[in-house]
Design a protein around this ligand. Structure first.
Ligand code: ADP
Length: 494
């Protein structure tokens, strides 16, 4: 039996899985690491800790499995940027994490200078500190210059690149197209680093990693790290790895992660789709791990609305109680909750919006408010997916789901009914790591095809009710509530 080691380097912990060729997870490891907040809005990770926590979790998973893996797949927190010295391997600074907002003013200046459109055309991204380019520009200006090192000594990269470098003892400086597509330096049309954007951000292209296929050859992990020399054959950013792990590699297949917030991706196939309205275009993987396109958007508050009703208002003791409370009602009785607690993302885009409840009467109970928070997750998801479908013309055939709130069967059925599309929930919830395992295992021949990798996976499927169902009909009321939240935000002067 052959095995794949999947490394999942996330924002708060590093995890590892050993996956057998028959799909069973036979080893697990996890290791947390520190978060650094040196100034308001700054978020940093210690590069050595990212590496050591990855190594520790990998060793734990391998020890538990009691096997030598045949190949390694890597998935990682995206956009986080590092800069190091090629000769000594020493980082010039901590990693600047995707959450870091220190380059907000720089992004504003670029917007004022009219750069947004050219950046969107090349990268499919909106001009925001979230992406890596202004972080790398900051590292070059504030750290590289002071170090006095010549440019040929410097290597830049996202977390995947750093881990590949460490595993191969500096032999390989590479990334994959999904990670590259989040840097704001990569042209998603030509699938190459953009000379114009490198010039704009003062990034010499020789410090950037080579871009290799996500299911490809990233060198050999040196024997000293994991007990044997193991080929690294798969790499993808966390969201794209989850999309692949959910078996979404054709146009029309989407995944949604229902956690604190929600992360949606819709696979749109081999041609670049039209985005807009706050929806990003990004690189995903096709069935062979080659580059394809996807639309991506986030909902800031999803499960967090239930958390707030629980912790802020004390309306329920545990999040899972929300299911029974929603079921206790036959309908929402016109009560809607727009949980814009931190503003509204795609497709409404109103940062000044705040949480809004509408339709309250003397008959409104706590069950109505709890149900409205669950409905909001489903309606918000429908707004994003239908906007993706409408702007791009891509089909929407299935949603595969993961994240904490997907244990709520009522919510899953409601979601299927609202969208008129089946919702599939996998038995195996670690979709991100599984996706990295799939990419590596397909390249290494553990699975001959993506179908073989996905084949034995089991799903619970929620079939949608007919078009005139009450959940779908409620979408009009939800959209009216969103318009109320938006107009409240914009009506400052009466
Ligand atoms: P994250 O990884 O973003 O921290 P998780 O995937 O662990 O989040 O999901 C936790 C979120 O899901 C919480 O916000 C919680 O309120 C919500 N949640 C958990 N269980 C349920 C449930 N049964 N019904 C609705 N929401 C739930």
């Amino acid at each position: 039996m052959r095995h794949v080691l999947a490394l999942d380097q996330g924002t708060t912990s590093s995890r590892a899985l050993v996956v057998a060729a028959d799909g069973r997870v036979v080893g697990r490891g996890q290791c947390e690491f520190s978060q650094h907040f040196p100034q308001p809005g700054w978020v940093e990770h210690e590069p050595e800790e990212l590496w050591q926590s990855t190594l520790a979790s990998a060793r734990e998973a391998i020890a538990q499995a009691g096997v030598v893996p045949d190949t390694i797949g890597i998935t990682n927190q995206r956009e986080t940027m590092l800069l190091w010295d090629r000769e000594t391997g020493r980082p010039l600074d901590r990693a600047l994490v995707w959450q870091d907002r220190r380059t907000t003013a720089r992004c504003q200046a670029l917007r004022t200078a009219g750069q947004s459109e050219a950046i969107y055309a090349a990268t499919g991204l909106v001009l925001d500190p979230y992406f890596s380019a202004t972080k790398l520009e900051w590292l070059l200006e504030h750290k590289a210059r002071a170090s006095g090192l010549p440019m040929e000594r410097l290597a830049a990269g996202t977390v995947d690149t750093w881990l590949i470098w460490k595993l191969t003892n500096g032999a390989v400086h590479a990334t994959d197209p999904t990670n590259a597509s989040r840097t704001m330096l990569f042209d998603i049309n030509s699938l190459a680093w953009s000379p114009q954007l490198c010039a704009l951000f003062g990034v010499p292209d020789r410090i950037l990693p080579e871009v290799r296929p996500s299911s490809g050859d990233f060198g050999l992990s040196a024997a000293e790290h994991l007990g044997a020399a193991i080929p690294i054959r798969g790499v993808a950013g966390d969201q794209q790895a989850a999309l692949f792990g959910q078996g979404c590699w054709r146009a029309g297949e989407s995944k949604n992660t229902y956690g604190t917030g929600a992360f949606l991706l819709l696979h749109t196939g081999p041609a670049r789709p039209v985005g807009g309205q706050g929806i990003l275009t990004t690189i995903a993987c096709d069935a062979r791990g080659g580059p394809a396109y996807a639309l991506e958007a986030g909902i800031f508050v999803a499960g967090a609305a239930v958390q707030w009703l629980r912790d802020g208002l004390g309306l329920l003791g545990r999040a899972p109680e929300s299911e029974e409370m929603a079921r206790a009602l036959t309908g929402n009785d016109g009560v809607y909750f727009v949980p814009a607690l931190t503003g509204l993302g795609a497709p409404a885009w109103e940062p000044e919006a705040r949480g809004t409840m509408v339709g309250l009467t003397r008959g409104t109970t706590r069950d109505h408010l709890v149900r409205a928070a669950l409905e909001a997750m489903a309606y918000g998801t429908a707004d994003v997916l239908e906007t993706m479908r409408d702007v791009s013309g891509a089909p929407l055939d299935v949603i595969r789901v993961d994240g904490g709130a997907t244990t709520n069967d009522w919510l899953m059925q409601f979601q299927a009914d609202v969208l008129g599309v089946p919702v599939e929930r996998p038995a195996m919830i670690e979709t991100t790591a599984i996706g990295a395992a799939g990419l590596a295992g397909i390249a290494a021949g553990v699975w001959p095809t993506a179908e073989a990798f996905f084949g034995s996976r089991s799903y619970v499927r929620f079939e949608p009710a007919g078009a005139g169902n009450p959940a779908r009909q409620g979408l009009g009321g939800w959209r009216r509530a969103v318009r109320a939240a938006v107009s409240w935000a914009r009506d400052r002067d009466g």
